[in-house]
Design a protein around this ligand. Structure first.
Ligand code: HEM
Length: 504
C-alpha cells in the first residue's frame, strides 16, 4: 500500500473502479494482431482510460485486455508468462477438466462456441469502448485509424444493447458488488473477522496488493537487470529489487451467455398453471430477488461493513433464513454469494467460537459453504438482444431473438474467485447439502458422471412442504468465452515497448 494510505489510481484501468454505467453505448471488439510492429505503435499512445476521478464525469472510456496468446504475439517472454496463473495460461477452453468443472459440456462445450473455443477463434486482445447513448460509432472512428486497421484484425464483435438496468430475463441487475477497500480500513486477520463483510481487500481484485489472506497473489515479477524494458513497471511491494508486471492489473473473465427469454418465462408460466403472479414468484425464487431487485429475505442484520443500512436492497444476509424458506438455498444469487462470514451464523459466545475454530463443533452442515470473502468477483457485464417483457415472453408467439449477457468479471485469482463460484457454488449439485439441482438460471442440466440429475429446483416452505420442479429446461447457453489479463497502464507501456522477436 502507498505510504500515506491513499491509493494511487492513475496506473489502474478505470473499469476496476467504475462500471461505466452512465456510458450505455458499448462495443466490445475481439481482435487478432495482424502486424505486431504497428500494433505496438498504436498501443504505445492508445488513450486507455485510467481510474482517477475527475471533476466532470467522462463521456467516453476505452479499456484493453490481453489473452495469453495476445501477450505471446506482443513478444512477452515465456519466462515472464510463466509468472501468470495456470488457468490464465491454459485459457478458459484449454482443458477438458476445466470445461467439465465450469459446466462447459454438452451444448455449452467450447467446440460449439462462436468464439474462444477453437484455437483460431481465440482472440489476442479485447478492446472495450464505452460512450454515451449513440456515441460509440464516433468514438470508434476516432480510434480505428488507418494504422489501427493495419495493426489489428477484428475476429468477432460481441453484441451489446442497453435495455435499462435489467438483464434480458427482466430482473434488475448490477445491485450487489463487493466494495474494494482502497483505504485498507479492514483487517484481513481471520481472528478479527467473523461475520459477512462486503468490503474486500484490494488484492482480491487488483494484482500486486495484499489479498484477503494478507498475501500477494502470484504474478510475473521481472528482474530489471535481465529486462531493461521493465524499468517502466512499478516495483513489487513484496519482493525487493523486482519489477511487477501484474501490479495495478487484474484478470478479466468474459463469457457470452445466450438467454432463452421466451423459454424461461413460458416454462415457469406452465409450472404456475398459467397464473402470472405465481409465475413471477417462482422466477423470483430462482433468481433470489424480485424483478425490481428487492431481496427475498425479510429480516436484515445489524451492520454489514461496506454496505450502508440505507441500502435495503443489499443490506441482508441469509443468517435468519438458514432453511431457505424465504430465499431458496439454490437460488442464483444465494449460490453466487451465500453471504457467509468466517464463522457460521449463530455461533456466538467465546466457548462456542473457540470450539468452532478448533473444529469441535457438532453442526457439520453449517460448514458446507465456505466464507464468501475469498470468493468475490467484481461484475462488469452488459446485456445484448432486444428487450422482451415477461408479459410478452409468456405468449406462444413471443419474438424469438438472440439475447443474453456478455458476462464479465474482474478478480485477482481466476481459480479461487470466478471458477470457484461457477463450479463449487453455481454448477455443483451438492451446494450446501442440496441434491439433483444446479443453478436454476445457469445450469446445463446435464446428467453427472455418477448418474445424478441436475435439472431439479427445490423451493422449501415453512409449512414443511418442499415444492419440487422437475425437468428444468436449459435457459442459458455458453456462446463463447476467454480469460484475459487487464494490465495496469505501465504494463501496457511495457507490452508496447518490448522488442520484436526476429521471427515475428
Ligand atoms: C445469463 C446469465 C446470468 C443472469 C441472467 C444473471 C442474473 C443475475 C441477477 C438478476 C442478479 C441480481 C442482481 C444483482 O445483485 O446485481 C445477479 C447477481 C449475481 N450474479 Fe448473476 N447472472 C448471470 C450469470 C452469472 C454468472 C456466470 C456468475 C458467476 C459465475 C454470476 C454471479 C453473480 C453474482 C456474484 C451476483 C451477486 C450476488 C450477491 O452478491 O448477492 N452471475 N445475477
Amino acid at each position: 500500500m502507498n505510504n500515506e494510505n491513499t491509493f494511487k489510481f492513475d496506473d489502474l484501468q478505470a473499469l476496476l473502479r467504475f462500471s461505466h454505467g452512465r456510458l450505455t453505448d458499448t462495443c466490445f471488439l475481439l481482435l487478432h494482431v495482424a502486424d505486431v510492429r504497428k500494433a505496438k505503435k498504436w498501443l504505445d499512445t492508445a488513450p486507455i482510460s485510467n481510474a482517477t476521478e475527475s471533476d466532470s464525469l467522462p463521456d467516453r472510456a476505452l479499456q484493453i485486455a490481453f489473452t495469453v496468446e495476445g501477450l505471446r504475439v506482443m513478444c512477452v517472454a515465456e519466462s515472464v508468462i510463466d509468472g501468470f496463473s495456470d488457468e490464465f495460461i491454459m485459457g478458459m477452453s484449454g482443458e477438458e477438466s476445466r470445461s467439465r468443472r465450469l459446466g462447459d459440456i454438452g451444448m455449452n462445450a467450447p467446440e460449439k462456441w462462436d468464439w474462444g473455443g477453437e484455437s483460431k477463434k481465440i482472440p489476442h486482445l479485447m478492446l472495450m469502448y464505452y460512450a454515451k447513448e449513440n456515441a460509440v460509432k464516433d468514438f470508434r472512428t476516432s480510434i480505428e485509424t488507418e494504422d489501427f486497421v493495419k495493426a489489428f484484425h477484428v475476429i468477432h464483435e460481441l453484441p451489446t444493447l442497453h435495455i435499462g438496468e435489467i438483464e434480458p430475463f427482466g430482473f434488475k441487475d448490477g445491485i450487489s458488488q463487493p466494495v474494494i477497500d482502497w483505504e485498507c480500513r479492514q483487517s484481513t486477520n481471520a481472528h478479527e473477522r467473523e461475520g459477512y463483510s462486503n468490503l474486500v481487500a484490494v488484492g482480491e481484485v487488483v494484482l500486486g496488493y495484499p489479498n484477503e489472506y494478507g498475501l500477494y497473489t502470484a504474478r510475473p515479477l521481472i528482474d530489471e537487470r535481465e529486462d531493461s524494458v521493465a524499468a517502466c513497471l512499478p516495483h513489487a511491494e513484496d519482493k525487493t529489487g523486482l519489477k511487477d508486471l501484474g501490479r495495478n492489473g487484474s484478470y478479466l473473465v468474459v463469457r457470452q451467455l445466450g438467454q432463452d427469454v421466451p423459454g424461461f418465462w413460458q416454462f415457469l408460466y406452465k409450472m404456475s398453471a398459467s397464473n402470472f403472479d405465481k409465475c413471477e414468484l417462482l422466477a423470483a425464487s430462482m433468481v433470489g430477488r424480485r424483478r425490481d431487485g428487492k431481496p427475498l429475505v425479510l429480516k436484515s442484520v445489524a451492520a454489514i461493513p461496506g454496505i450502508s443500512t440505507q441500502n435495503c436492497d443489499n443490506h441482508f444476509t441469509y443468517d435468519f433464513d438458514t432453511e431457505g424458506y424465504q430465499c431458496p438455498i439454490g437460488a442464483h444469487v444465494r449460490r453466487a454469494n451465500p453471504r457467509t462470514g468466517d464463522l457460521p451464523p449463530r455461533v456466538t459466545g467465546i466457548i462456542n467460537r473457540v470450539m468452532k475454530k478448533l473444529g469441535f463443533d457438532q453442526k457439520q452442515e453449517e460448514d458446507l459453504v465456505a466464507s464468501t470473502r475469498f470468493h468475490r468477483i467484481l461484475r462488469r457485464g452488459r446485456s445484448y438482444g432486444p428487450k422482451l417483457a415477461p408479459a410478452e415472453a409468456i405468449k406462444a408467439d413471443a419474438e424469438v431473438a438472440e439475447r443474453g449477457l456478455q458476462f464479465m468479471c474482474l478478480s485477482a485469482n481466476i481459480l479461487r474467485q470466478f471458477e470457484f463460484v461457477q463450479s463449487a457454488w453455481s454448477m455443483s449439485s451438492k451446494f450446501s447439502g442440496l441434491q439433483n439441482e444446479s443453478d436454476p438460471l445457469l445450469g446445463n442440466r446435464e446428467v453427472l458422471m455418477n448418474g445424478e440429475r441436475t435439472d431439479q429446483f427445490n423451493r422449501p416452505s415453512a409449512k414443511g412442504v418442499t415444492e419440487k420442479i422437475y425437468n428444468l429446461p436449459k435457459f442459458v447457453t455458453v456462446k463463447g468465452g476467454a480469460y484475459f489479463f487487464m494490465p495496469g497502464l505501465s504494463a501496457v507501456k511495457y507490452i508496447a515497448s518490448l522488442p520484436i522477436k526476429e521471427d515475428t
